[in-house]
Design a protein around this ligand. Sequence first.
Ligand SMILES: Cc1cc2nc3c(=O)[nH]c(=O)nc-3n(C[C@H](O)[C@H](O)[C@H](O)COP(=O)(O)OP(=O)(O)OC[C@H]3O[C@@H](n4cnc5c(N)ncnc54)[C@H](O)[C@@H]3O)c2cc1C
Length: 395
Amino acid sequence: MQPSAAIIGAGPAGAAAAVLLARAGWRTTLLESRPFPRIKVCGECISPAATPQLHRLLPPEHLRRLGAVPVSTFSLHLHQPSSTRTLSWHMPAPTWALSRGTLDLALTTLARDAGAVIAQPATVRAVHYHADHVALTTADGHTLTADLVIHADGVGRHDAPPAPPAPPAPTPTPSRPGVLGLKCHLRPPTPFTDLAMHALPAGAGYLGTVPIEDNLVTVALVARTSALEPFGNDFDAALTALWPGFDPAWRLAAASPWVACGVAASGYRPPGHLRSFRIGNAAAAVEPVGGEGIGNALWAAETLTGLLTAAAPLSCASLTAAQHALARAYRARVRVRRPACRTLAEVLMRPRLLGALWPLLQAAGTADRAPHAQPAPGAPWVMAPWWHLLGKAGG
Ligand SMILES: Cc1cc2nc3c(=O)[nH]c(=O)nc-3n(C[C@H](O)[C@H](O)[C@H](O)COP(=O)(O)OP(=O)(O)OC[C@H]3O[C@@H](n4cnc5c(N)ncnc54)[C@H](O)[C@@H]3O)c2cc1C
């Protein structure tokens, strides 16, 4: 009989793993606590470093049918008391932008079509580990058994307790203290026509916008909670202060609420049991400034699926080998991405520092007069090394 897997979480990591394992003939159950489509804190740009993995699941024509937008320009804005300065670059490779509501639903539908059982809404409350199987308990009291469990829950809360003397507590993905991630959808009166990702350092934070399907624009913001405190829960007021071009009516027209969450950050965290695997944010999280999270999730799903299908029939030795190979691949994947994205985030959170670096960037960018005008090609030497560093140029 084919092996079985229970996957916790139908974000890009879990849903993609469910598609690939089900296609490989595994008996696959995907458990997701929220009904889809749902709004999720995310900048909604998929790194070109994962375009091959994305296209193997959702080919370009499928993405276009879903309304995904190929973003080809990156614009950096710097607001100063007297003026706003803008620099733009053509991206070495386009990056797809699509709402998480649409993306996660599309991947989950593919998983169902491939033969996976989708349990939704179903919240996993506990995982019990045995020598030859795992048993998951859901909030409504059901129990599911499988050969192994894949934690793709973004937080990794239901992992095996680590062996003594470490504290026998679950180990959720740590979030950066004092920092909040926020997101909403906007509908400007005239759609953004420049197919550009815009980034803006915004006093103790940074924000990004990108056009997505249905003429909507995603705005995602990472900010220190101390900078948000004066605004209470009025995130429109916060955004108006941080982004002078923002009009709160754009958000109301899109009927999108603000959603907020912590900003996960961690190196690779191995699971605590041979029959437990982590992928996506549950395994490792990179600062969201680089737009690497979804890409890492898709890459991890494909990498793990390849290792598991090669490990069948499952044995202690083959599972151990898969665990070690995943850990090696993950550590290599985040070795450069984590410090690079963290450094960029720290620069963007300091508008003065960015102002000091501006002349250097200016030598390599294209100055725009209008904030959303189509740029002429900028010199490639700012974007290209960054994209090579993060593996984006190969997409
Ligand atoms: C402000 C911000 C902006 C970002 N911008 C980008 C960007 O532009 N591009 C990009 O690539 N990444 C971005 N990211 C990161 C990206 O959102 C994450 O890396 C990505 O969502 C991780 O995917 P995942 O599948 O691992 O987890 P998630 O997307 O978090 O999915 C986990 C799923 O598990 C479910 N779940 C949790 N617990 C349980 C349970 N007990 N039982 C059942 N289901 C459960 C959840 O409901 C959820 O659907 C951003 C993040 C932030 C905070």
